[in-house]
Design a protein around this ligand. Structure first.
Ligand code: GRF
Length: 206
């Protein structure tokens, strides 16, 4: 049987792009049957853009300045992604909240990673929220994006311990190691057609 056609991905970034790098590595090693059709950044100086360019991946800077509001910005973003025939959109440190315009255009086809064990500690500064609360375990969550903030159906989670002397930075670094493991795994499962959403439950076929 011929190999399945690679799934066309868009990765949306704003910063360093270590998660983008993890996807690139897993695609290069053929663990993910996907192809990054474009990397879109809302920040011109995002290091993630440089990472993409090194691999010849098309990059697009989509800044918010020219748009009247978030919905307008998202409508233009939808057009960019449709032009690239994208099947899965992966948010990897994209520091914007999506409006219904984006979410409704790609139902169950936008993934995000959040550096906490959702539904605990949604929103910004999740690691600080976890430390301030005094939890013994923290972690990260890959989920589909719905209209809420960090509320969509959960695909995968990973747990890390919190140590007495942890700072926000040490905890974030421990969580990121797990991000680089479970986020490519979630994308791999999607590209292999093994994920299906049943209400709030995400079923992963063996
Ligand atoms: C990740 O740590 C993730 O938890 C959060 O944004 C960060 C992006 O990091 N959503 P990077 O740009 O992939 O290095």
């Amino acid at each position: 049987m011929a190999d399945a056609v690679p799934v066309r991905l868009a990765v949306l970034v704003s910063g360093n792009g270590t998660n983008l790098q993890a996807f690139i590595d897993h695609i290069e090693s053929h663990e993910i049957n996907g192809r990054i059709a474009c990397v879109v950044s809302n920040k011109r100086d995002a290091f993630a853009l440089k990472r993409a360019e090194q691999y010849g991946i098309p990059t697009i800077v989509h800044e918010s300045g020219a748009y009247a509001d978030r919905r307008d910005y998202d409508a233009a973003l939808v057009a960019i992604l449709r032009n690239h025939d994208v099947q899965l959109i992966v948010l990897a440190g994209f520091m914007r909240i999506l409006t219904d315009v984006m979410v409704d255009a790609f139902p169950h086809a936008i993934m995000n990673i959040h550096p906490a064990l959702l539904p605990a500690f949604p929103g910004l500064h999740a690691q600080k929220q976890a430390l301030d609360y005094g939890v013994r375990f923290a972690g990260c969550t890959v989920h589909f994006v719905d209209r809420g903030t960090d509320t969509g159906p959960i695909i995968l989670q990973a747990v890390v311990p919190v140590f007495e002397n942890d700072s926000e930075e040490t905890l974030a670094a421990r969580i990121q190691q797990e991000e680089h493991r479970i986020y490519p795994e979630a994308v791999r499962l999607f590209c292999a057609g093994k994920i299906c959403v049943d209400g709030r439950r995400v079923r992963v076929s063996p």
